[in-house]
Every structure is written in C-alpha cells, then in structure tokens.
Design a protein around this ligand. Structure first.
Ligand SMILES: *Cc1c(COP(=O)(O)O)cnc(C)c1O
Length: 385
C-alpha cells in the first residue's frame, strides 16, 4: 500500500549500531528504528535468547499462564512504581488499554461522570482512533471521523491551564513525560509534580505515555524517575523488545482493578517470543552501570553538538532531550538535514518543530559517537545558512 513515504534503501544485515544495505554500503544507525533497537542489531544475548525460545514454543494465547510474562512483569514491578503489568503488541495498543483503564477506574469508583481525559498540545499517542483523538495532530485525523469523544486539550507544560481545564467530568490526565514526535520537548521544572498534585486533589489518575521515553532511553528505566512523583499508569513499547514487537501497560493495583478478568484482552499479547526478547533486553539494561553509560554517551554527543553549533553558526538552533533521547532543532529544514546525514551514512529521524532526533542504541561506544559527530559536522559545513 502507499501508506509510507519510504527512503529508497533496504537493509539486509545489522550488527551493533551498523546497518548494511544491499550492495554492502554501511550506515551508522542513530535512529534505532525510531527508538526501538535498544541494544543495536543482532546483539548476541538477544539472538541467543530469542533463538532458544524459537525452538521451544511460540504462542499459546492468554488462556493459559505464560511464565515469560510472569518473569518480565515481576522485573518491571521490582524496578518501577507499578504493582502489575498487562502485555500487548504496540504502543498504540498499550495506550488504548490505558485510556480504557483511566475511564473504567472512575466508573468502578462510583464516578461514572468523570469520563473525560486531559491531553496535551503536540502530543503523539499512536494511530488508532482513540490514540489519534488523544494526540494533537489534526492532519493525522483528517477524514477519519467521527472520532471518539472525551478528550480535552491543554498546552503542554502549562500547569495553570491544566488546573483551569479540570471540570467535574475530568477523570484522568494522559501525557508524555518528554514529548518525542512533538520535537523532544521537556516540560518545565516542577510540571509533572504539579500534575500529580492536581490529580490527587481532584480524584484523577495520571497516565504517562512512555512508549518512546522508556526502557533506559533517557538514562532511567522510565523517564518519570527523573521527577519527584509517580504516575498511576504508564505505557511502554518501542524499546521494550529491542526490535521484537511488544507493548506493556504498567499500573498500580488500584488502577488495574478497573480491568478485572474478561474486561480487556489481546490474542498475541505477551507471547513467549516477545517475552524472551524483552527479558533479554532487561538482562542488559538492568546491569549495574548501564544507565551511567547512557548518560556518559549523552554528554559526549551534547558536547560534540555544542562544539559544532559554535563552529558552524546557522545549523543547530537548539539541543534538546535527555539521555539518548536527543534532538537538535536545526536552521535548515530537518528533512534536508536527515537526508544529508543519510548521504553521509548516518541514520537519524525527523520530529516535529524542525527537530532531528538522535536515538542511537543505548550500548554505543565513544568511537560510534565520534563517527556520528563527524557526519553531523560535515552536514553542518554543507548546509549551514
Ligand atoms: C511511537 C509512539 C506511539 C505509538 O506506538 P506504536 O507502536 O507505533 O503504536 C505512542 N506514543 C508515543 C509517545 C510514541 O513515541
């Protein structure tokens, strides 16, 4: 189908942060398939664990217990605010489950009128009807109506506006702790804590969409850990399976009680292959020192980008993000910069607000950073205005 505007490139092999195109041309992958390949390509431990599972059992459905789910859930619970986890197959699907949980929590708490959810400008939550409605882009909704109801939008990062938008019908708040597609936007200091406070004051739940920010991407397992608050629900997907499709909804016992047996489900969710992949990703990401490494690599990239910005005025307008969820707002159009970098064998991903996203695998080393910075400097020399 004509659904994607694809670059005319096909890869046949991946190794660490490198992708090899047909014909052998090598690219440094600082896009990670949109923040998915947490440990790069063909990571030996992931290959071993998934291969082992492929020979044993692929699918049984959620009619039965799945030990890999129990193990992964226990580890996610041990390392987050959450008490319990639901597994599905994608970010949008995790967000749909979360939206249902937000609404039904109020329903079972005796407040069925509190069925509206506050969402933010510049938000992206996926491409299903529900998540498109929660997201900001009118363009993505065009021609798909009628859309689901029940979302009220406030300016991302503005606590006064959020508090003023709360009505007796508001039951939940859905936000990205750092906006990814919107352009790697961090809210002001104290915002997330203020959101928590408002939610507690008015009997609402807070859900974070951590589909892009999760699984070590920002230098914490989940980005909410950078703040002094905990949400009630988070969605996770992209990096969770290191390239294998898997999504998850993490929640407190209190929120999750809204979805008792029979109230939600998915055939493929959390199948043994997905669980083998995600458990193997956690084996690496939870190793002592892993997050320090992410932050060290982040600092190297930021320092390098700062130097390029000084040397080539008219190229980088702003450097944004945390950990290896980085964005550079460029003076030339981001699409031109991404194309030029691709010519120079470096893969990046565009985002909103004319930002080029830099999302390398989390286990890159200094030599990969140096190689990427050299390409970015060459692009700056060619494109600076
Ligand atoms: C990518 C993304 C989604 C959608 O995930 P899919 O797996 O494509 O459905 C939702 N929310 C955020 C923040 C994302 O970055």
């Amino acid at each position: 189908m004509p659904t994607y505007a694809r670059a005319d490139l096909a890869f046949e092999k991946g190794e660490g942060p490198y992708l090899y195109a047909q014909g052998g041309r090598r690219f440094l992958d600082f896009g990670s398939g949109i923040a998915v390949n947490t440990l790069g390509h063909s990571h030996p431990h992931l290959v071993a664990k998934l291969t082992e599972q492929v020979g044993k059992l692929w699918h049984t459905s959620n009619l039965y217990r799945i030990p890999g789910q129990e193990k992964l859930a226990e580890r996610l619970v041990a390392n987050t605010f959450a008490d319990t986890v639901f597994f599905c197959n994608s970010g949008a699907e995790a967000n749909e489950a979360g939206i249902k949980m937000l609404r039904r929590y109020q329903h079972v708490s005796g407040n069925p009128e509190k069925n509206r959810i506050l969402v933010a400008t510049n938000a992206f939550h996926g491409r299903t009807l529900g998540t498109l409605t929660a997201g900001y882009s009118d363009k993505y909704r065009e021609g798909f109506g009628p859309m689901p109801e029940g979302f009220d939008r406030v300016a991302y990062g503005n606590l006064n506006e959020l508090r003023n938008a709360i009505t007796p019908n508001t039951g939940g708040i859905l936000l990205e702790p750092i906006q990814g597609e919107g352009g790697i936007c961090r809210p002001p200091e104290g915002y997330l804590e203020g959101v928590r406070k408002a939610a507690d004051e008015f009997g609402m739940l807070v859900m974070f969409d951590e589909v892009q920010t999760g699984v070590g991407r920002t230098g914490k397992l989940y980005a909410y850990e950078w703040s002094d608050m905990t949400p009630d629900i988070i969605s996770s997907a992209k990096g969770l399976g290191g390239g294998f499709p898997v999504g998850a909804l993490l929640a407190t016992e209190k929120a999750a009680a809204a979805l008792p047996a029979g109230m939600h489900g998915t055939t493929f969710g959390g199948n043994p292959l997905a669980m083998a992949a995600a458990n193997a990703v956690l084996d690496e990401v939870l190793k002592p020192g892993f997050m320090d490494h992410v932050l060290d690599m982040s600092q190297l990239i930021r320092d390098g980008l700062d130097a390029i910005a000084r040397k080539h005025p008219g190229f980088i307008e702003e450097i944004r993000g945390m950990g290896l969820l980085l964005g550079m707002k460029t003076v030339p159009t981001n699409v031109d910069v991404v194309a030029k970098l691709r010519e120079l064998n470096l893969l990046t991903v565009p985002a909103g607000d004319n930002v080029v996203r830099i999302l390398p695998p989390l286990n890159i080393t200094k030599s990969h950073v140096d190689e990427a910075l050299a390409a970015i400097e060459a692009a700056a020399a060619a494109l600076a205005k």
